[in-house]
Ligand binder design. Sequence first.
Ligand code: SAM
Length: 293
Amino acid sequence: MATASSRRAEGEREFAMRDADFRVIADAIYDHAGIVIGDHKKELVYSRLARRLRQLGLRDFTAYLARLDGPNGDGERNHLINALTTNHTNFFREPHHFDYIKDVLVPHWKTRAAKTGDKTLKIWSAGSSTGEESYTLAMTLDAALKSDPGWKWKILATDIDTNVLKHCREGSYPATAISGIPKGYRSYCERDRRDGANRFVMSPVLKSHMVFNRLNLHASWPIKTKFDAIFCRNVTIYFDGPSKQRLIERFATLLKPDACLFLGHSESLLGGKVDMSPVGRTIYAFRGGVHNV
Ligand SMILES: C[S@@+](CC[C@H](N)C(=O)[O-])C[C@H]1O[C@@H](n2cnc3c(N)ncnc32)[C@H](O)[C@@H]1O
């Protein structure tokens, strides 16, 4: 009988994946998470899920689909989503966005607070992945606001992928990731002494301002508050046109009139219905608002 390794040596796949199996998986991830997986991604889907089939002791993808349809289907769908999301991120990615917060939004928020007496800020990092984006926001805000007492700011970090949210909560990163943090902000990273590994943990000061939640951008959102800024960067690239537009329209309903929406380097408003326009590189504000005169 052929073993897994002898099959691999003969160039055969360890698990049979028919085109029809691939389609069912691609349709499931689209229906649930809005993520479009084209035919050219078959190999990627195979390699990301093969480990899960091995773990479950399954023979082929047909058996995996039966599991997705079975009594543990909901739990398995989470595994499927975690396996198929793309989580690439880093600290201070697209640094002009954090410069804009520091140089334009913080002075604006201070002026606004002087008029209204309201020193609260809410920022949403939607599709936060392993947390580098939300911790970068927290470092930027803490450094810019700590000399001015009375500010209460919160960062909501959400993602559909429960594995990356665990990373976010732990806030522990390898030294290689930390090297992307400018020297002036390194005091927010403390050596992680738990297992002697070459890792750093983010300061509890930052964590005290952060809330981490699982949230599917493609489903309903339990959010009632309005935000001063929403970051949704390098997430909509995985969605199709109608899903992107719907998402931008939903974000617009949760932004304060003087808020900004930050998208990733290859993303845009797509000429949708929202009355926003660029105020910086992939930074959008409501037309006629304070940032957009
Ligand atoms: C490439 S990462 C971007 C991380 C970060 N925003 C950045 O720009 O560095 C994309 C993230 O979007 C998340 N994502 C994809 N589809 C989602 C959905 N329907 N709801 C919530 N998050 C989703 C993925 O799990 C992944 O962590």
